[in-house]
Design a protein. Structure first.
Length: 59
C-alpha cells in the first residue's frame, strides 16, 4: 500500500468504542477497499461522460 487513505486514529477509536481491537493488517486492508471504491467511482463517472465531480450517487 503506497498511501494510507484513512485517519487511523479515528478508525481505531471507533473500533475501540465498540469494544474491539484492530489487527495489524486491518488499516491497510481498509485503505485498499477505499482505494478500490474511489477508483470504481472514477470509472463510473468517466464512462457516463460529461461531469468531473464525484458525488454520493457515484458510490
Amino acid at each position: 500500500m503506497a498511501e494510507n487513505l484513512v485517519v487511523v486514529s479515528k478508525v481505531k477509536k471507533m473500533v475501540k468504542e465498540a469494544g474491539y481491537r484492530t489487527g495489524g493488517d486491518y488499516i491497510d486492508g481498509l485503505s485498499k477497499k477505499i482505494e478500490e471504491l474511489v477508483r470504481a467511482s472514477i470509472e463510473k463517472v468517466r464512462s457516463d461522460g460529461g461531469k468531473k465531480t464525484l458525488g454520493q450517487e457515484d458510490l
